[in-house]
Design a protein around this ligand. Structure first.
Ligand code: PXL
Length: 273
């Protein structure tokens, strides 16, 4: 066994897709983990490449289920006994979800943070529906913390969301069906001057607000938010505290965004200094 260092950071695993331009996906997760002081590792589920010739659509290539299983076997063997916190990002297919669920079920976890990424531009809608169902059936029951965006919250709660009251009801419903702490994100989708998120864990309900930074979504905000929650939980924060810290981290990262020729700028994880 390797010698242990004098200060051992908590280990945080992302099971997520690659998004080559660095705005979203595993790249955003790893940068967030590093910035918040955890030892970030990542197992890739798929590779997304924007297509500048086709309206920046997402070209999506799944990683073979066996290769995902191999990566998780390596990670879980290396860090058996010290790995208890994981973030789930884009899965992209039912086969990936089955593989990931089986690996998760092979050990105990303290924190499973699920960013329920449902659709990616360029994927077949029918395919996304299958993924949606597999996610609800296999991963949602394992999650301890879920971070749906506006669209995902509508899908998971089975209701339209046009107000903070709706978002609150959706957070309650998603908690009831999963048992997880929920941070339902209104982002720029709800009208009004603030980006509003609703936290609900079965006992505490809190509406988190920050003034919107423009009206256009920034790439990597959802990934970085869930990764920041994951890092904070791994360091011992309570779920609501983790949500508050993550929201401040993302707000600072949006303010300091990196401009891009794609329709979305990218969040900068170093924005809070
Ligand atoms: O933001 C959702 C997301 C997650 N993961 C990957 C992505 C995207 C969106 O582009 O490409 C890999």
């Amino acid at each position: 066994m390797a010698m242990s260092a004098s200060t051992t950071p908590p280990i945080t695993l992302a099971i997520a897709g690659s998004e080559a331009t660095g705005g979203a996906g595993a790249q955003a997760d790893l940068k967030t983990f590093q910035q918040l002081g955890t030892y970030g590792i990542a197992a890739l589920t798929c590779i997304v490449s924007f297509d500048p010739k086709e309206n920046w659509n997402h070209r999506f290539v799944p990683v073979e289920p066996q290769v995902i299983a191999d990566q998780l076997e390596a990670v879980q063997s290396c860090y058996a006994g010290s790995l208890d916190t994981v973030k789930l990002g884009m899965m992209g297919s039912p086969a990936t979800i089955d593989t990931v669920a089986a690996a998760l079920e092979s050990q105990d976890w303290k924190h499973i943070v699920l960013d329920p990424v449902l659709i990616c531009k360029g994927q077949e809608p029918g395919h996304a529906l299958d993924t949606d169902q597999a996610l609800k059936a296999r991963l949602l029951p394992l999650a301890t913390f879920v971070t749906p965006n506006h669209f995902e919250a509508e899908s998971l709660a089975g209701m339209p969301i046009t107000s903070v009251e709706d978002l609150t009801e959706a957070a309650r419903r998603i908690h009831e069906s999963s048992g997880a702490a929920v941070l339902a994100k209104g982002g720029v989708r709800l009208e009004g001057p603030d980006a509003v998120d609703v936290y609900y864990d079965g006992q505490t309900l809190e509406v988190l607000r920050a003034p919107k930074v423009g009206e256009v979504a920034v790439s990597g905000a959802g990934c970085s938010l869930a990764a920041a929650i994951t890092a904070e939980l791994a360091k011992g924060a309570a779920p609501l505290e983790a949500a508050r810290t993550a929201k401040a981290f993302v707000t600072a990262g949006i303010k300091a965004r990196v401009s891009s020729n794609a329709p979305f700028d990218a969040l900068w994880q170093g924005g809070a200094g």
